[in-house]
Design a protein around this ligand. Structure first.
Ligand SMILES: [Zn+2]
Length: 430
């Protein structure tokens, strides 16, 4: 084992956290482990006994907990948190789209802002430290950012089909908004052309160009439902008919799969997060892998709609980076006596139930290192390793290292502590 001292990077204002178990994710778990932090970053990870007596004297002993990286939620809509339980699973995806468009029209900005904050608080107490959030109401920023300690990448949502605005004007407006936001590593912004069906090919093309030029991440809902797949593959079906009624130009339909549609627009690249990707044509998984795009799977939202089986095996076999998101509370089925909550542990459990042969450690990677990679932050987030940001969470744990990943996946409650960038967002009880 490498000595803890080998990882030393800095001794400036260090703090040492001791835990019954440390699960770095990118390395095997460590019994009686410790994480040394200086400023915003981790400088050492190792066994408690490897640290010097002077370091140990100043340590914070967290006791019977497992310390692991804060979870990375790669897809969320915080502003829809107030729609929890408003909808039952629809028979057709298009019906749900109509309902949510109507529901959005009944709320004020102040209500959306309160819902956003409520969602952020849910994520924080359930272990998320970084969230990629779709902002349907960019006017809530940057005030919303200031209301939470979460690390946030805000993707500004763009549609344009209904408003019939010129793509150039839509992107210009988003670029001006992003330029006006405060810049730091803790909060960033990117673009989210909503979906192939709700955008024009020109908006997709120009978004891809702008994101590449300005080094933004970009994300789109794609290949979510069979109705969307049918619309782009065959220029027919329920979604196609509904959008034709709304005068959507159909000249981009019948040309291939939704993934191929995005590829033609130049959207697929290393900076791209494809959300859902449930309905793939032959060759789509290889296409995503070739371009270096990531896929975000939202297990509970997937169940709500009863979408076709998520092609996890095909995507990972092709080499696609797959990560997890919560999606919004508007696509979660209410359960009796259980309030709906944005909770990545619930997503991990839902994924584990549907994929019983996949090891818990591999499942945990989806919500940690893979999410960080999708956001261009590999090595900086999603793992406990020297030079990474000190984003970590603690869960109660009294077992040994062998069972720790299973215990993490099955964790059902709030975390006992959460640190973001070296600061306690939820302080441990002393
Ligand atoms: Zn979504």
């Amino acid at each position: 084992m490498t000595a803890a001292s080998d990882y030393q990077l800095s001794t400036k204002s260090p703090q040492l956290l001791r835990a019954r178990c440390v699960a770095p994710v990118s390395r095997p778990p460590i019994a009686d482990g410790a994480v040394k932090i200086s400023g915003q970053r981790i400088v050492a990870v190792g066994a408690w006994r490897q640290f010097s007596a002077a370091e140990r004297q100043r340590a914070t002993d967290l006791g019977d907990v497992v310390l692991l990286p804060g979870l990375v939620n790669a897809h969320c809509h915080l502003d829809y948190t107030g729609m929890a339980g408003e909808f039952v699973p629809p028979r057709h995806f298009t019906d749900w789209l109509k309902l949510i468009v109507a529901a959005k029209g009944t709320r004020s900005d102040a209500e959306f802002a309160a819902d956003w904050r409520c969602g952020a608080a849910m994520l924080l107490r359930t272990g998320t430290t970084t969230v990629a959030d779709i902002e349907a109401l960019p006017q809530l920023l940057p005030a919303a950012w200031e209301a939470t300690p979460l690390r946030i990448i805000s993707f500004l949502e763009m549609t344009g089909i209904k408003a019939r605005r010129a793509p150039q004007a839509i992107i210009q407006e988003a670029a001006e908004k992003i330029a006006a936001l405060p810049k730091n590593f803790h909060r960033r912004a990117g673009l989210s052309p909503h979906a192939p069906y709700s955008t024009t090919p020109e908006l997709l093309r120009r978004s891809a160009q702008a994101a590449r030029r300005r080094r933004w991440r970009i994300t789109t809902h794609v290949a979510e439902s069979p109705e969307e797949f049918e619309m782009f593959m065959h220029a027919r079906g329920r979604m196609f008919d509904w959008l034709r009624l709304n005068d959507r130009n159909a000249s981009d339909c019948g040309l291939g799969s939704p993934i191929q549609h995005l590829d033609r627009a130049g959207l697929l690249g290393k900076n791209f997060l494809a959300v859902h990707a449930n309905c793939l044509a032959p060759g789509d998984a290889a296409r995503l892998a070739r371009r270096g795009a990531s896929v975000v799977h939202c297990p509970r939202s997937h169940s709500f709609f009863g979408h076709p089986k998520f092609p996890f095996a095909a995507l990972t076999a092709a080499g696609v980076n797959v990560c997890l998101g919560t999606d919004s509370l508007a696509s979660l089925e209410p359960k009796r006596k259980q309030p709906l909550e944005l909770n990545l542990f619930s997503e991990l459990r839902s994924f584990a139930r549907k994929n019983p042969r996949i090891a818990a450690r591999a499942i945990l990677r989806l919500a940690t290192v893979n999410g960080a990679r999708a956001l261009g932050l590999a090595g900086k987030l999603g793992e406990l390793t020297p030079r990474a940001y000190a984003d970590l969470i603690a869960l109660p744990y009294t077992g040994d290292t062998a069972g720790v990943h299973d215990a993490i996946i099955n964790h059902g409650r709030a975390v006992t502590a959460s640190m973001i960038g070296g600061h306690w967002a939820i302080a441990p009880k002393s």
